[in-house]
Design a protein around this ligand. Sequence first.
Ligand SMILES: [Zn+2]
Length: 455
Amino acid sequence: MGKYLIKGARYVLTMDRERTVYTDGAVLVDGDRIVQVGKSAELAARVTPDTEVIDARDKLLMPGLINAHLHLTQLHIKGCTTDFFTPSLIPKLHLLEHTQDEEAAYYSALCSCIEALKTGTTAFADPGGYATAQMVQAVDVSGLRAVISRSLADFGTVVEEPTDQAIQAGKEFVEQYQGAAGGRVKAWLSLRTERMVSNELCRRIQILAQELGVGIQSHVASCRHWIDVHKEAFRGLTPVERFHRSGLLGPNLLLTHCNFLTAREADLLREHDVRVCHCPTSGFILGMGTLHGRHVEMYKDGVCLSIGSDNAGASNFHDMFRVMYALTAHRDHHYDACVFSPEDILDICIVNGARALLWEEEIGSLEPGKMADLILLDLNRPEWLPVLNPVNNLVHCATGESVDTVMVGGKILMQGRRVLFVDEAEVLAKTQEAGLRAAEKAGLLKTAAMRWPVR
Ligand SMILES: [Zn+2]
């Protein structure tokens, strides 16, 4: 880490309170923090002999993207099937995650981090896995910032554990990893999903979270089938209603999916300031019905709506540009081109992403005093031109391939699309080997076989 002046950017999107945009803009970084943001000419006066100057001509400078739901250790199910919600396959998915060897889990996590980094994500939340040491190690090596959790479930799954044991595992995880990777890792508690957690676990996990001062994540209402399963198991109650009665709802809770909520459940989330993460592209692959959720209405009502890529078996990618674009599908569904404007979508991804991770004091905008988590996008690419309104083009035209440079906490992790702190070719080779091994162990190779004759 050092002192950097990134100057001459054609645009700087600050995402500050006024959403100020600078043309010919610059950002001054000292150590891990942003010192000043403004016009290049103004900031040039602050250059000292030890300042490294980065020329951002033809670039757009903005805060890093925030992925509020990214499974690090589920990469090896990528490409197996689009039909993961069939009752026979779900246990295989959970088993793969639970039984993969340490090396497979590590490369699953590291390859996921590299994909995120190369497509402009600087912070993300992993909703919970089991190979926690490998997850934290991958975040440490990659240089990214992340919320990491250990999955907890005490009911109705092949990977359930007794409630006391689950509580203890969550507590030990948080105590061991809080503040790891030089403060870039936040350790949270994680409930696997609504149909796998008892009332007692829900109640006690919120008490523990308050004691430890951490957040909680859970999946909820991903598809209609699982809501029916939940209602059958819990006296007809809908998931959010039951979470409410268990005392789980609160601003430290990040609930992902929320696709089939009742109006009452959506109200409960708003009243309790629960953070919601929407994963539209999971639904596109798996046929979950994500567009039928109340996400547009919740956002208009002031619920903190963020977005995520989910796992590699759902979206099949972690490029947040594609997830942002996917939000535009709600315009089609609502017959309304004004739903989720490009400005809304950037707010959802970055500003609300930071709030979802309970990290908004330090990330989510380019402002003096905040962490220097930023990305440079190359505007001189065919898909971007002509640039009349960079916000529109960012959401509607760009992909993660536009990302040229990534900095997290004042450290440059990628420059000219070259990842600086890992041997990318080696990681890719190891990931392919590990993926084959993990899929074979979980009995998924047959599921993944091509339908066409292979000669
Ligand atoms: Zn998920």
